[in-house]
Design a binder for this molecule. Structure first.
Ligand code: UD1
Ligand code: CA
Length: 455
């Protein structure tokens, strides 16, 4: 939006989280709280600054593309905004001030809020909500004609004011010069000995400047986080929102209550998600795919019509179209499966590529392997990729057939269309179109049992 800058307050200490980590770095919906807030902020403005103090180094390391403002001592929200005065010097537009821990606020709400501020020609506007349990929040005090009068902190409120259910969300729009002018006048004569940003509202009123209060209809949006319980509540709301938006876009989610899908995940239409599925990070799933119960998929790409059966774990991997994996397959660290691959029960694949139409249906470990098209990997095949010191590659060319229970001792290459006999320990390359048998020959000793009994 034109003439709008955003200032995020994130310097406060998060005592009640009982954490080594800055509050805004805790995650909900698979992203840190501050990332959620900044994503919305970026849609509204290209000038974003963040006030940091407690655990400032952690926050600075985790966030980019913003201006950091150091608040050395945390003397209150008014003091925090004042720390940013330099950054706003000479700027005459509006500033949207928000805490770093209100990740559920919607962009559309903030847009409507800024419009409200501008249409009403207010010097300051505050976003409010009616909530059932307003304990701890600042209360919105309105005058007889319903205009905003002041904001009174819970701790400083009279019994009469404590009855007010309309609360301050901590999100404001100010005319920047008026804000910094008023901030020089606030005092810390309150129970917490802090400089309250909220006092600006009362000060502006005394100087005959108009302040407005914009009430949101869904109080969920202004939920802030002070405790782990509130973090869980916010996470639940995010998950529900994510499932709803996916369903709106044509994804079938059989039981949204049990499904965990991060905000950053994309899923194509007509894909079906069974109960108790977890899909995290930047995962992208194509159309008409099916993800069965108890699978966990993280930062993966999954093609169209692909079926992930029960209990699979897929991490940092790319799967093509019409693939079937599982039940109980484990794909990790840069595995790629081309179209129409089939991976079955108890197959673990690491840093390997399987070409189109290749099958590994039962009990295998494939690590550091490059496997061509239409290869058959028998049950129990293992690439012995680690010699105790180094990892070595295995190459299996198109059309090869690796018999059951074979060990491929890397580095090794199985040539095109070659066969490896079941139970082989392959230590040397197998030329194309040949058969390798590498196992002890069977000896049958007839009459052996009777002979032993006689002894
Ligand atoms: C504040 C509001 C209260 C409102 C509530 C909404 C004031 C005085 N009160 O109270 O009316 O209902 O938010 O959640 O503003 N911060 C700093 N530096 C500081 C102090 C705080 O950056 O010195 C940051 C915090 O990291 C946080 C935000 O400001 O992101 C709000 O601070 P907090 O202490 O949580 O204020 P509340 O007591 O919740
Ligand atoms: Ca708070």
């Amino acid at each position: 939006m034109e003439n709008l800058r955003v200032l995020v307050l994130a310097a406060g200490k998060s005592t009640r989280m009982k954490s080594k980590y800055a509050k805004v770095l805790h995650q909900a919906g698979g992203r840190t709280l501050i990332e959620h807030v900044l994503e919305i902020a970026r849609h509204l403005s290209c000038d974003i600054s963040v006030v940091v103090g407690h655990s400032a180094d952690q926050v600075k390391a985790a966030v980019s593309g913003v201006t950091f403002i150091d608040q050395k001592e945390q003397l209150g929200t008014g003091h925090a905004v004042l720390a940013a005065r330099e950054h706003f010097s000479g700027y005459r537009g509006d500033v949207l001030v928000m805490p770093g821990d209100v990740p559920l606020i919607l962009e559309s709400t903030l847009e409507a809020f800024v419009q409200f501020h501008r249409v009403g020609a207010f010097t300051a506007s505050v976003l409010t909500a009616d909530i059932d349990d307003p304990r701890g929040y600042g209360r919105i005090v309105r005058r007889n004609n319903n205009e905003l009068d002041s904001i009174v902190e819970h701790r400083d409120a009279s019994a009469e004011i404590l009855k007010i259910r309309e609360i301050n969300s901590g999100i404001y729009v100010f005319n920047a010069p008026a804000l910094f002018e008023s901030l020089t006048k606030i005092k810390n004569d309150n129970t917490q000995r802090e400089y309250y940003l909220t006092d600006v509202i009362g000060i502006l009123g005394k100087h005959k400047q108009k302040a407005g209060a914009f009430k949101v209809s869904s109080p969920d949006e202004v939920l802030g986080i002070n405790t782990r319980q509130e973090l869980a509540t916010v996470d639940r709301v995010m998950r529900r929102r994510k499932c709803e938006s996916l369903m709106t876009d044509g994804v079938t989610i059989i039981d949204p209550e049990t499904v965990y899908i991060d905000s950053g995940v994309q899923i194509g239409a007509d894909t079906v998600i069974y109960p108790s599925v977890q899909i995290y990070g930047q995962t992208v799933i194509g159309e008409e795919a099916t993800i069965h119960s108890f699978s966990r998929i993280s930062n993966a790409k999954i093609g169209v019509r692909t079926i992930v059966l029960e209990g699979c774990i897929v991490v940092d991997s790319a799967i093509g179209d019409d693939v079937s994996i599982g039940p109980y397959a484990h794909l990790r660290m840069g595995t790629t499966l081309d179209n129409s691959v089939k991976v079955g029960n108890f197959v673990e694949i690491k840093k390997s590529a399987l070409g189109a139409g290749t099958k590994s249906m039962h009990l295998a470990y494939l690590g550091d392997a490059t496997i061509g098209k239409k290869v058959n990997i028998g049950a129990g095949v293992i690439t012995c990729n680690y010699d105790g010191v180094n990892k070595h590659p295995t190459t299996i060319e198109d059309g090869a057939f690796v018999g059951t229970d074979s060990q491929l001792i890397a580095p090794v290459r199985i040539g095109k269309d070659a066969y490896v006999a079941a139970g082989s320990s392959i230590t040397e390359d197998v030329p194309p179109e040949s058969l390798a048998i590498a196992r002890g020959r069977q000896v049958n000793k007839e009459g052996w049992v009777k002979a032993r009994k006689k002894k």
